[in-house]
Design a protein around this ligand. Structure first.
Ligand SMILES: [Zn+2]
Length: 318
């Protein structure tokens, strides 16, 4: 029988599973709702079971299982600490899977899984040093140094979304002001768009029939692309913020390239990534500027990264 591992990516709306070998060749993939009829955490073990059955294998025979999930989490025990995006409460996910299947399991932050997936199988292939930013509802980061995900002494390093770009800037969900996430995430675009439209009007209001509260990041991107100056002001500010944030990352870590993924990048495409790359030029020291590229694996970067993490786990348990 071939050796296989399983990766699981738990998102706010759906969960993905991938079963494959050490080189990322997949035998089976599955997706299901995060809020399925059996309740979230039971759904995780069911999904593990289902993807194995689909490949004609038994989950008990997996070399390892890797799980990526939104934080906060206790990495040492593999426990989800009531992530607000899931509404599952506190779930000892590693123990749950270990008890059920007896397979070594590791839990990681969803954005670190996505970054690792891009590093191994996507836009970061061939590098040893890479930084990934996932730009969606929030902004997550994954720093890879010497081929390894850098987590620091605390296990939490790489939170690039919470580096401060603008002192006294907009309030962030973390409680600080002016974080990159508070300037340039999808939800920041929506919130800053609402504020700008409320004072300056413009095409944004027309897109939502005057309902300011209905303005989202997608509306801001759309109105900006159509030439609305109010939306362009918000969008350009976010791009400059990303230029500063990504430029800081280049200066601090010296990666070979920076990979941008997440929903905002998927929606706005390569032109957006190019603009972020250009914006870094005002913030990088001489010799520190490197290419900024778009993620290549789409919504599968997280599940493929979880699979790669599972293989790491299998190697350390040999
Ligand atoms: Zn923050």
């Amino acid at each position: 029988m071939m050796r296989f591992a399983i990766g699981i990516d738990i998102g706010g709306t759906k969960m993905l599973a991938a079963l494959g070998d050490e080189r990322g060749n997949l035998l089976a993939e599955m997706a299901c709702s995060t809020h399925n009829v059996h309740g979230g955490e039971a759904g995780v073990t069911e999904l593990v079971e289902a993807v194995a059955v689909k490949a004609g294998l038994r989950p008990q025979d997996a070399a390892a299982i890797g799980v990526g999930a939104p934080g906060p989490m206790d990495l040492a025990t593999g426990t989800l600490l009531n992530p607000p995006n899931l509404g599952w409460g506190t779930v000892p996910i590693r123990q749950l899977i270990l008890d059920r299947f007896g397979v070594p399991t590791m839990l990681t932050n969803d954005c670190k899984a996505a970054g690792y997936g891009e590093f191994r199988f996507g836009a970061g292939r061939g590098t040893q040093n890479m930084v990934y930013l996932g730009i969606g509802t929030g902004i997550g980061g994954c720093v890879i140094i010497g081929g390894q995900v850098y987590v620091g002494a605390t296990g939490n390093a790489g939170e690039i979304g919470h580096t401060v770009i603008a002192l006294d800037g907009p309030l962030c969900g973390c409680g600080a002001r002016g974080c990159l996430e508070a300037l340039a995430s999808g939800s920041a675009l929506g919130r800053l768009g609402q504020e700008a439209a409320a004072t300056s009007g413009g095409q944004l209001l027309a897109l939502v029939n005057g309902d300011v509260k209905a303005i989202t990041g997608a509306h801001v991107a759309q109105a900006a692309a159509q030439g609305d100056p109010v939306a362009q002001g918000v969008f350009n500010y976010a791009i400059r913020g990303l230029g500063a944030g990504v430029g800081n990352v280049m200066n601090a870590f010296g990666p070979e390239r920076v990979v941008l993924g997440g929903g905002v990048v998927a929606k706005n495409g390569s032109g957006y990534v190019k603009r972020v790359e250009e914006a870094t030029q005002g913030f990088t020291l001489r010799g520190c500027g490197v290419p900024v590229v778009a993620a290549e694996l789409g919504e599968r970067s997280g599940v493929l990264g979880a699979l790669a993490h599972a293989w790491e786990q299998a190697r350390t348990h040999k």
